[in-house]
Design a protein around this ligand. Sequence first.
Ligand SMILES: Nc1nc2c(c(=O)[nH]1)N(C=O)[C@@H](CNc1ccc(C(=O)N[C@@H](CCC(=O)O)C(=O)O)cc1)CN2
Ligand SMILES: Nc1ncnc2c1ncn2[C@@H]1O[C@H](COP(=O)(O)OP(=O)(O)OP(=O)(O)O)[C@@H](O)[C@H]1O
Length: 202
Amino acid sequence: MSTPSDRATLRKQLRERRRGLPPQHRIAAAETLADRLLSLPFFSRESLPASGYVAGYWAMDGEIGLHAFQLRLPAPLVYCLPLLHDDGSLRFAPWRPGDPLVTNRFGIPEPDVTPDGALRAEDMAVLVMPLVGFDAACHRLGMGGGWYDRSLAFRHQRPAPPWLVGAAFAVQRVDALPREAWDVRLDAVCCEDATHIAEDIA
Ligand SMILES: Nc1nc2c(c(=O)[nH]1)N(C=O)[C@@H](CNc1ccc(C(=O)N[C@@H](CCC(=O)O)C(=O)O)cc1)CN2
Ligand SMILES: Nc1ncnc2c1ncn2[C@@H]1O[C@H](COP(=O)(O)OP(=O)(O)OP(=O)(O)O)[C@@H](O)[C@H]1O
């Protein structure tokens, strides 16, 4: 258990740290991140369907970029961006550079499609998600809206797929995150200097 203020204080500190990284570090880190993500066992031939949807995100607030990853994703895999549904869950839609975008309530660009007709988290083969903080056991601290936790709650009952992967800078790592019952643990976290795989699937 944790008090709300633990999480709020940690969020503030880690978001400042994330925004404070210099541009040259961000560019190099995003390249290395792409290599690490694509080397995960979840992207091997045995773990993935011949084709499949892969959720990414549109980086904001100093988050590590996924451009290099999107560009290098093998052709049968379809890159998707999240969109906010009024029911409080995230939906996903394929997006390629040039496709129309709209801005959501947080100022984040999302594909210009109706959320009702979009894909669900359950339809993804792999979800790569942004995070504010993580620990080596693959626990995730997000922006605090609960969007990913609500959308991924089915993973409390069911194993992968979808495989859940956090993307972060190394400075976002903490020793141990305060935890809540609804937190969905990730299968892996990749950052520029390490790949962390959850103990039970390593
Ligand atoms: N790039 C990216 N996309 C994402 C997320 C994310 O963390 N990063 N999300 C992950 O869940 C979802 C959106 N959730 C969000 C939750 C809070 C805030 C946020 O900026 N809150 C502001 C103030 C709120 C406001 O402007 O109304 C803040 O805390 O400063 C943004 C996104 C879906 N898309
Ligand atoms: N499965 C769920 N069902 C209902 N409410 C949930 C669920 N998961 C999380 N929430 C709600 O979402 C709120 C925010 O959760 P939390 O602080 O863990 O967000 P977060 O994981 O940091 O954010 P995000 O996933 O948007 O990046 C909590 O107050 C919680 O009540």
